[in-house]
Ligand binder design. Structure first.
Ligand SMILES: Cc1cc2nc3c(=O)[nH]c(=O)nc-3n(C[C@H](O)[C@H](O)[C@H](O)COP(=O)(O)O)c2cc1C
Length: 246
């Protein structure tokens, strides 16, 4: 494998980015890009289908939005279990070759590990836990009151991290993906992470919680907090979850 994938991650760290066109005051591009051959426009019916299952999915999709303010109500262990299941639950293990989960993954590689920062979950101490998806269990990794502050700081002090009941921290396992897809696998890591996070948004909505994706964080700090060796693993995405304010 070349260094293309790893260099993409390394050279897109916040501290290496030049000022954006937005920061330099350039005008914003249009909100959508119309293909040059799109000349005819066919009206679509209202996006409604008269079926209870469809309706409940549509309600979740309609109501989903990024929520950054949460109530103090803790999440129960059952709710945590539900969110973990919906985002990474293993439905089938194909020998030692692959897993099939509640989200799709390129080549069923499922090369993302789930860590959670627990702030306010009934029965759990504050800290970082790892989700053992194969056995649907969690394992404490760092139990410490101060870890929430440190993770928040690494997220450029976005304070809703420490105010959330829990924050998902997804870690990409490079070789599990590049073993099959070489450098192109880096694309798939990001696509897979997007699927996982979207399920968190929708699952959170279904239990009266709000979620907010986070990609603004200091890579080196976040990787160091989780004691990751960048040659093998890196933090790829995060999402906070908490009960909605009434
Ligand atoms: C890849 C990605 C990264 C994001 N990073 C952050 C973030 O670091 N902080 C934050 O407050 N919101 C973050 N968001 C949430 C977006 O700001 C939000 O989705 C967007 O404003 C649209 O709002 P909505 O989700 O309510 O529809 C992120 C969303 C995505 C998809």
């Amino acid at each position: 494998m070349s260094d293309i994938g790893k260099n993409f991650i390394k050279f897109t760290r916040y501290n290496l980015l030049p000022p954006s066109d937005q920061a330099m005051g350039l005008p914003q591009p249009p909100l959508q890009t119309v293909p040059q051959d799109a000349k005819e426009f066919i009206e679509l019916p209202t996006p409604e289908i008269n079926d209870e299952n469809v309706k409940s999915f549509k309600t979740l999709a309609d109501n989903r939005k990024s929520v950054r303010k949460y109530s103090d109500t803790p999440l129960s262990l059952e709710e945590l279990s539900f969110l973990l299941w919906c985002s990474q639950g293993v439905k089938k293990i194909a020998g030692d070759k692959a897993t099939f989960r509640t989200v799709p993954s390129a080549g069923a590689r499922h090369a993302i590990e789930t860590y959670i920062l627990v702030n306010n979950v009934t029965g759990l101490e504050t800290g970082i836990y790892w989700y053992n998806a194969l056995e649907h269990k969690i394992s404490p990794i760092i139990i410490s009151e101060s870890i929430a502050d440190k993770i928040t700081e690494a997220c450029f002090s976005q304070k809703f991290v420490k105010e959330s009941a829990l924050t998902f921290i997804w870690v990409a396992d490079i070789y599990r993906m590049s073993w099959r897809y070489v450098d192109r696998g880096f694309r798939y890591l990001f696509l897979d992470a997007g699927h996982i996070c979207q399920n968190v948004y929708l699952a959170a909505e279904s239990i009266n919680c709000g979620a907010c994706a986070i990609a603004a964080y200091e890579d080196d700090d976040m990787n160091a907090l989780l004691k990751l060796d960048f040659e093998k693993q890196f933090v790829i995405y995060l999402a906070t979850v908490g009960k909605k304010l009434r």
